[in-house]
Design a binder for this molecule. Sequence first.
Ligand code: NAD
Length: 341
Amino acid sequence: MKPATKLWKLQLLAAQRRRAFSTSRCSRDNYAFIGLGQMGYQMARNLQAKLPPTDNVRLFDINKTAAETLVEEMKSQQAGGATAQVSESAAEAARDADTVITCLPEPQHVKSAYSSILAVDLRKRSQSRLFIDCSTIDPSSSREVAAAVSSALPNGQGNFVDAPMSGGVVGATAGTLTFMLGAPGSLITRIEPVLLRMGKRVLHCGPQGAGLSAKLANNYLLAIENIATAEAMHLGVRWGLDPKVLANVINISTGKCWPSEVNNPVPGVVETAPASRDYKGGFGIGLMRKDLRLAMLAAKEADAKIVLGDRATEVYEAAEGEERCKGRDFSVVYRWLGGKE
Ligand code: NAD
């Protein structure tokens, strides 16, 4: 048997087994993927490739070329995967889907996509639909959309859960993302198999909204650690220390953190870090600023006192305003500080 045929048969068998345990009587699982940017494009590609040929994925992005290119890429794949089509709108993509995945930039994009999905005639839709939003937005906006989904007429449109991710474009491409899930415990067994086609870990953080709270708390910490690491490295180099020696001391001492160990901001200290390739690739400074803004908003709503956030925001804004730093990995703060490269 040819390897491709064998894989196809294995996928079919897995789909049949999966359905044997499913309460759905559908012979085909329908998916919609909305938002095919840097992350979504790769995630949708992995999802489609790992679904059996009996399933279907509808793709939508306001940039139609992204959806068209992806469908072409999917069709050219040797190993098969689910069938795929381009949709003309978010509503059309989601119309017959049992599972809808969204990966959009900001809260307003998520709200607008869901209001168009919920605006169509919903009477014939299944009420057990699952909406998984992987966008990084604020927990309040996410809860607002969840309420709109569960209160949509006639009897609610299913469940909306938040599953923001970490791992960046590299993780999205390799299918190794980590998802932080905010969902009722009863849905985990349904959600996990979907997310594990695009990532390698699903961390259940609590009820809807909790995934985003965890993601924003983590990225708040990262934002501060990154600046502190850049300052400490800059200071050490100014005092005459070899940056590799200093990084080694920090990384076996109490200052150790992801920016010091993996994403060190000084060029040449970690060969694989963006700093060693002119701060290209990695986690864009604009995205860091966005996550920090969302974390501050959520902190304000929770009446939580935080003191470093405003100063950190000023640092990222000032760095992003300089041409030599704009659009680069967020560790470029070291360059903005005037660090020796
Ligand atoms: P992106 O800007 O590259 O892509 C967003 C896509 O959404 C674009 O293709 C855009 O055309 C599309 N879009 C915008 N509004 C739309 C609408 N109403 N309907 C359909 N499509 C629409 O963003 P990205 O880097 O893919 O990030 C997506 C989300 O994931 C963001 O919330 C981001 O914060 C988060 N995230 C990104 C990274 C990363 O490294 N890029 C890492 C973790 C989390």
